[in-house]
Design a protein around this ligand. Structure first.
Ligand code: SG7
Ligand code: ZN
Length: 274
């Protein structure tokens, strides 16, 4: 399809270095992801613990996992429970409701996080996308610099599986191709997908963008220092099970679906603590 964006692993001709030709915003001055340089942080005492509301409750409905051709997205909307999955506090400029979560990963040969920490790239990164409750639609939220809040979590590989990820990993075989979806039994809680609660106090905050076109510069980013542990076999399932194209097209595994770090320019990255 003409005018479509992609990752270099699909076709370098429509990869991240070309996105600004499709959407000028992708060449803007507040783009994400970034490298977080820990020598150049500013500590901000207002960045206390984020209040996670509803993250601990098992939702009554089902959550739909979809292959959107760029990543695997778990929709957290579509039932009344989503109304109660909110984040606030932690210096966030408002209350934000969870919309969806998705992942960026690498390949068997390399790492796949979007943000990097002192130049170090992690194997995978989880994004939980939230919308400012003052803006009813994504369209409206994209008109405001505080419209969205995305939480980013790095992963580290462990010998043993993280059983909290079993439901999502098992669902991957049902979303093997673009357009596939499967309703997961919500036998897990959002909080279980994160590092333990006591390890969420240390995070980085900056003003940035969506990491895919249209690259709207409307995201208050929070990137947590503590990585989530995931089993080597579980990470391999992402790399080996999911494909970029729809069924029937050429098989091309979904790998390296990350945008590389963008220039920080005049922005300041804040740290919640030393
Ligand atoms: C992925 O990343 C999808 C997008 C998401 C985008 O391509 O998860 O989701 C949808 C609904 O298109 O865009 C608006 C939005 O959530 C960018 O999200 S990210 O900046 O957190 N990577
Ligand atoms: Zn993302």
């Amino acid at each position: 399809e003409r005018g479509q964006w992609c990752y270099d692993s699909q076709d370098p001709k429509c990869g991240p270095s070309h996105w600004k030709e499709l959407k000028a915003t992708c060449g803007g001055s507040q783009q994400s992801p970034i490298n977080i340089d820990r020598r150049r942080l500013r500590r901000d005492g207002r960045l206390g613990d984020i209040l996670f509301e509803g993250y601990n409750q098992a939702p009554p409905g089902k959550w739909r996992l979809t292959n959107d051709g760029h990543t695997v997205v778990l929709s957290l909307q579509g039932d009344s429970a989503a109304e109660h999955i909110n984040i606030t506090g932690g210096g966030l400029p408002g209350t934000y409701r969870a919309l969806q979560l998705h992942f960026h990963w690498g390949s068997l040969a390399g790492n796949g996080s979007e943000h990097t920490l002192d130049g170090h790239q992690f194997p995978m990164e989880l994004h939980i996308v939230h919308i400012n409750v003052n803006y009813p639609t994504l369209g409206e939220a994209k008109g405001h610099p505080n419209g969205l809040a995305v939480l980013g979590f790095f992963f580290k590989v462990s010998e043993t599986d993280n059983s909290n990820y079993n439901t999502i990993v098992a669902g991957l075989r049902n979303v093997s191709h673009h357009g596939d979806f499967v309703d997961l039994a919500s036998t897990f809680r959002l909080s279980n997908l994160l590092p333990s609660a006591g390890q969420l106090s240390k995070y980085y905050r900056y003003q940035g963008s969506l990491t895919t076109p249209d690259c709207s510069e409307v995201v208050v980013w929070t990137v947590f220092e503590e990585p989530v542990a995931i089993g080597h076999a579980q990470l391999t399932a992402f790399v080996n099970t999911v494909h970029f194209p729809a069924a029937g097209s050429a098989l091309l595994k979904m790998t390296n679906n990350f945008r590389p770090p963008q220039p920080l320019r005049s922005r300041q990255v804040l740290a919640s603590r030393d």
